[in-house]
Design a protein around this ligand. Sequence first.
Ligand code: DI6
Ligand code: FE
Length: 410
Amino acid sequence: MPAQPQPRRLWRDVTLFDGHDTLPEPMAVVVAGATIERVIPMRELDRAEAEACEALGQGGVMTPGLVDCHTHLVFGGSRAEEFEKRLEGVSYEEIARQGGGILSTVRATRTASEDDLFRLARPRLEALMREGVTTVEIKSGYGLTVADELKMLRVARGLGAALPVRVVTTLLGAHALPPEFKDDSDAYIDLVCREMIPAAVEQGLADAVDVFCEKIAFSVAQCERVFAAAEAHGLPVKAHAEQLSNLGGSAMAARHGALSVDHIEHLDEAGVAALREAGSIAVLLPGAFHTLRDTQLPPIAALREVGVPMAVATDANPGSSPLFMPTLMLNLACTLFRLTPREALAGMTAHGARALGLHDRSLGRIVEGAPADLCLWDVETPAELAYAVQPGRLRQRIFKGELSHGQIQH
Ligand code: DI6
Ligand code: FE
């Protein structure tokens, strides 16, 4: 049977942010099927070509679909009480030491069924999608048994199957020490390496492996063992590192060719150099910085100076970043970390995709041959997306070439 001709769709007169920069003149974008076919200045669009396409929209600002490369949005329970405790002056680390924090979410996640978790996570993901997310990474890490970690990953995969969004899953078994392993963290790391990673790989549930390298979590040596197991199973690695203190986890992760190192408030010069050498992405999480009322800024100027690409993500989670709004992160990345709006937007598009290892087909960019994941916004300039915190400006969301939010405009 001859292949069906692919529908060709046209957006005209858009101000285009291509994932790195805003182009200097009004542009036309043609999408064929699920792929961006042409990106040309309006003045080069001839009438015959325009008439051969279905007109989908015109005007506005077009960006790549947003990439949220770091979330923990599958979880049970709430941490509102802990939020109040922190306001009274109890620290995040202290709450963790008292068995609250991540472990309180672990208790609620273990008792939740797969259906419960799906039902709870879906509106969180839909909130991200309504503000432009077309690719999202979702971590496990609140199960901390083989069965419960796999349960979380199945929910993440299920969300990707049910909704028009690209879901990338990450096994974060080494997130916190579960109470059953109190005083024997090495035995828990054995479980992660010998059982969790192999089971997740066998069932095709994990696209990458993450660790929390921190005094309240796991040592550099323990995280390195997890990375070795991931590598033996062919999975890429990444790390939560240098969030609360400087243990050197980032440099170790970089030595293992980590896709990204995330948080990095306490990253030092040697760590910056290690990221640059390895080509790892620095993932900035201004939501956690804001929520924890952190004061230690990540070394933005040093990262910028040596050219380490900076991604920006929500870190959406019940404890340190209960913020399910990607456009707020653009704003916080600028106000708190002094990124430029252009850097913040690149951080949630092109560089977010690189942090997930998805840049080979130019995901997160608007260039010919890239996947047609696009957002059309009701703003005058891309900078306005970072400048004003104003939900509801997404006019159209296009996922794999199909309109998944908004109306066709002729
Ligand atoms: N760092 C984070 O920001 C999340 N995990 C981590 O290692 C927060 C997890 C939580 O507080 O529930
Ligand atoms: Fe996180």
